[in-house]
Design a protein around this ligand. Structure first.
Ligand code: BMP
Length: 273
């Protein structure tokens, strides 16, 4: 989980997990480490945003349960746009239940998450059984998307007063180290190198996705706390996740280009390129 000074291209070559390799390849190909948090309420808005911003992002983050009209065409539309614009999809579901339940929530069910999301995240409040349960589904012999799915552990949160700190975050790192077949990294505000003992072997390369990023705003009215794109990347984030900073801007395409440039420049600086 060290703050990587290696270029994405090198990490793409070396990573043990095909989903992480693909993430780094996409970032490098598009010169983008931006993830749009597409918190839309209808399929039409969601797909429009994916088509408009697709060229400038590496990953499209969904909260699929926000859609009032989720249907086959939502899922197929998203998959088509992901192929058209070469982006990956991250469903920010934050699985947090017992193993048996999360398997059902992940695969099939109303939301059909395993069909469209290359990456999902899980909380380990209940221990590492949740990771084992999701890993089992991802690795099942008859699972259609084997080697195309992975997860992140939600190891910190951006809200004021978050309890996901200190020993909790340290526990997340320990669990990730034991589940490299399915866990490729963390949702965190920074690289997690300040935790003693978190430095892994040469083959260890956790990917950091960072929420709570906004170039111009510090907080919202409900406890959200932001850092800027360059702050996030310089502190070891590999991919910044931006919602309202982009989709609520007067011109979302102009905004995404701004975030893309700021965070790519910060990445080049961090990796001495
Ligand atoms: P915005 O950039 O508009 O504040 O949106 C942030 C997005 O990231 C939301 O979809 C939220 O659910 C998610 N998120 C977060 O803000 N903080 C966290 O700690 C974890 C999250 O998933």
């Amino acid at each position: 989980s060290s703050k990587s000074t290696l270029p994405y291209a090198t990490r793409a070559k070396n990573h043990l997990h095909p989903v992480a390799r693909r993430l780094f390849d996409v970032a490098e190909a598009k010169k983008s480490n931006v993830i749009i948090s597409a918190d839309m309420g209808t399929t039409e808005e969601l797909l429009k945003l994916a088509d408009q911003l697709g060229p400038y992002i590496a990953v499209f983050k969904t909260h699929i349960d926000l859609l009032s009209d989720l249907s086959d065409s939502t899922i197929s539309g998203l998959k088509d746009l992901a192929a058209k614009h070469n982006f990956m999809i991250f469903e920010d579901r934050k699985f947090i239940d017992i193993g048996h339940t999360v398997q059902q929530q992940y695969h099939d069910g109303a939301l059909r998450i395993s069909e469209f999301a290359h990456v999902v995240n899980a909380s380990v409040l209940a221990g590492d059984g949740i990771i084992e349960a999701l890993e089992q589904t991802m690795a099942a012999p008859n699972f259609l998307y084997k080697d195309e799915r992975a997860m992140l552990i939600l190891s910190e949160m951006t809200t004021a007063g978050s309890l996901a700190t200190g020993d909790y975050t340290r526990f997340c790192i320990e669990i990730a180290k034991k589940h490299k077949k399915s866990v490729i990294g963390f949702v965190a505000t920074q690289a997690l190198t300040h935790f003693r003992g978190s430095e892994g072997g040469e083959d260890e390369d956790f990917v950091i996705f960072t929420t709570g990023v906004n170039a111009t705003t510090k907080v919202d009215s409900l406890g959200q706390q932001y850092q800027t794109p360059s702050s996030a990347i310089s502190r070891g984030s590999d991919f910044i996740i931006v919602g309202r900073g982009i989709y609520a801007a007067p011109n979302p395409v102009a905004a995404v280009k701004h975030y893309q440039k700021e965070s790519w420049d910060a990445y080049l600086a961090r990796t001495n390129q």
